[in-house]
Unconditional design. Structure first.
Length: 99
């Protein structure tokens, strides 16, 4: 999916493990309930519409965006398949969301 035009794409429940989304246009893309272990993202990760219930364990993304990613409202829930907490799977556990 590198450099793909994925605006508003719906990946609900998809297995995108080890997929590469480098420089893909992800405006309002839906990653709800995805299995995304070891997927690779660029800064366009900030354009995703929702990560609700996504398992993003060991994903790779630019660390300079950590605060913004962890502060996204859609980074919440528990993946129904793996039972991974979305917030924890992104390693946001030691980050305190702004209220």
């Amino acid at each position: 999916f590198a450099k793909a035009a994925l605006e508003q794409a719906d990946f609900t429940g998809a297995n995108v493990q080890e997929a590469t989304f480098l420089d893909a246009a992800l405006d309002n893309a839906v990653f709800k309930n995805v299995l995304g272990e070891r997927a690779i993202f660029s800064g366009t990760i900030l354009d995703v519409g929702t990560f609700e219930n996504a398992d993003l364990t060991r994903t790779i993304w630019p660390s300079k965006y950590r605060i913004m990613i962890c502060d996204m409202d859609s980074v919440k829930g528990t993946n129904p398949t793996t039972k991974a907490d979305t917030y924890e799977s992104l390693m946001c556990i030691d980050y305190f969301r702004r209220s």
